[in-house]
Design a protein around this ligand. Structure first.
Ligand SMILES: Cc1ncc(COP(=O)(O)O)c(C=O)c1O
Length: 461
């Protein structure tokens, strides 16, 4: 039997490798300024890089500016932005009144070393929007949001162990650095290098979208378990929506054993006015937040039931200590308030509809040109994979070849569309109908070029 077109090393994959070499050469020829920056970067940053997902061969395009739906690179090339700083810029890049507000706030003080009215307002906005969140604490990244949500659960329950879903990316906290990017054998979670064994031993990995297996593991852990941590839609694992029964099963099982259910909504808050917990109708005990709640500035927050969050109340008998020089930073709070207030249910519905349309467009054109790629995701969050059907789990996504996805990334850049190197895209409210036409024409032209390369190599998807 011949290898499926999605398998690494298949004839399709080999033809795509040749195309990728050509595209990398064309990419480099068009971007001498980025090349020079990358050489210089290599002298001061490991691999010339500071965010691993941004790296791709031969080197990343260095961006110098962004406004609305557009970004410009160091060689003066302009792109329609479908990265939006990895879903955080839900309204695109600040411009006009939004930048005036930021400048005004900076003039009134960038960090004050005391609580400000702004953090109260943003916390109130989050409590009002997200049904399960009664109390909030701000931090500076999604990583910290998850780190502190887990700490809250451990302190509240007096237990150590946590469960996470296979492939789930929750930021850099050590307890979550198990089964992130690498696939373990038979469901075993691969522990990232540098994570102490003692920490990893208290993290247990369950398959994504397998309710029975997850439930069984939660019951097995029983009263050792402090928290079950899950993204309602896995982002880094490949834009993979949870099946409703899976989240319902996690809710039931965690309650049974007295563990807290933590939803990591760092990426998914943009998908529904009340977060994806509202769309699914599943109420977690704690929620990790980030990205859009900072309006493009560094941010994170964790929140949940008042009784649980009270472990942080400085007036408690043994309060947990939570500092953070930049927590609740006023400039971030101003940007976050604007971002959330402008993100009405109607605007969320509109960007979700555009995402659905684009997913449908990619699948339809891929079929038409017989290129084996497909788009996963939900609403405004998408990801391109090789294959004819979107994956249901990280295990499925991770075993597919990435070569065609890399080709499409470089081809879309040639056609003026900026997507993430691993095929992720998202829609901002700044995207205009004209931008969408540019995007669709770029996808059509890119798929045509891939199809021609596969035909030349006498292989087809
Ligand atoms: C679901 C999820 N959790 C946590 C994080 C980490 O957030 P940050 O990059 O702000 O640390 C991310 C970042 O992409 C994320 O997607």
């Amino acid at each position: 039997m011949s290898a499926p077109p999605t398998a690494p090393g298949s004839p399709v994959d080999e033809a795509a490798e040749h195309l990728l070499d050509e595209l990398a050469a064309r990419f480099a020829a068009a971007r001498p300024a980025s090349a020079a920056l990358h050489r210089r970067a290599g002298e001061v940053l490991p691999g010339g890089n500071t965010r691993t997902p941004l790296f791709h061969e031969p080197y990343p395009t260095y961006l110098v500016s962004g406004q609305g739906s557009r970004v410009v690179d160091a060689d003066g090339l302009e792109y329609v932005d479908l990265v939006n700083n990895y879903t955080s810029l839900v309204h695109g890049h600040p411009s006009g009144q939004a930048t005036t507000e930021l400048a005004d706030r900076a003039r009134a003080g960038t960090a004050l070393g005391a609580p400000t009215p702004l953090e109260v307002e943003l916390a109130a906005e989050l409590v009002e929007r997200i049904g399960s969140v009664e109390r909030v604490r701000f931090v500076n990244s999604g990583t910290e949001a998850v780190l502190y949500a887990v700490r809250t659960a451990r302190a509240y329950t007096g237990r150590d162990d946590v469960v996470k879903a296979e492939g789930g990316y929750h930021g850099g906290a050590e307890s979550m650095q198990v089964s992130v990017k690498s696939l373990g054998v038979d469901g075993a979670g691969v522990v990232e290098a540098g994570v102490p064994g003692a920490v990893a031993a208290s993290t247990h990995v369950v398959p994504f979208n397998d309710a029975q297996a997850a439930q069984a593991e939660i019951r097995r852990l029983g009263d050792r378990l402090a928290a079950v941590v899950v993204e309602p839609v896995q982002g880094g694992a490949g834009a993979l929506p949870a099946e409703p029964e899976y989240l319902q099963a996690l809710r039931r099982a965690s309650e049974e054993v007295g563990a807290l259910l933590v939803f990591d909504e760092v990426m998914t808050l943009r998908l529904d006015h009340g977060g994806m917990q509202s769309a699914y109708g599943v109420r977690p005990d704690l929620t990790a937040m980030g990205k859009i709640i900072g309006g493009g500035l560094p941010v994170g927050a964790f929140g949940g039931r008042a009784e649980v969050m009270d472990v942080w109340d400085p007036r408690a008998s043994r309060p947990l200590y939570h500092a953070g020089t930049f927590n609740g930073n006023p400039v971030t709070m101003v940007a976050g308030l604007r971002s959330l207030r402008e993100l009405t249910a109607e605007r969320i519905a509109a960007i979700n509809a555009t995402g659905d349309r684009l997913r449908g467009f990619i699948d339809e054109r891929a079929r038409r040109h017989r290129v084996p790629v497909t788009a996963s995701g939900i609403g405004s969050v998408l990801q391109v994979h090789s294959g004819h059907q979107p994956p249901r789990s990280f295990r499925d996504a991770a075993t597919r070849s990435k070569t065609l996805v890399r080709c499409l990334h470089l081809l879309l850049l040639e056609h003026g569309v900026f997507t993430a190197p691993r095929g992720a895209m998202n829609i901002s409210t700044a995207l205009t109908p004209g931008d969408l036409t540019v995007v669709e024409e770029a996808i059509e032209a890119s798929l045509r070029q891939v199809a021609a390369a596969l035909t030349d190599a006498r292989v087809t998807g």
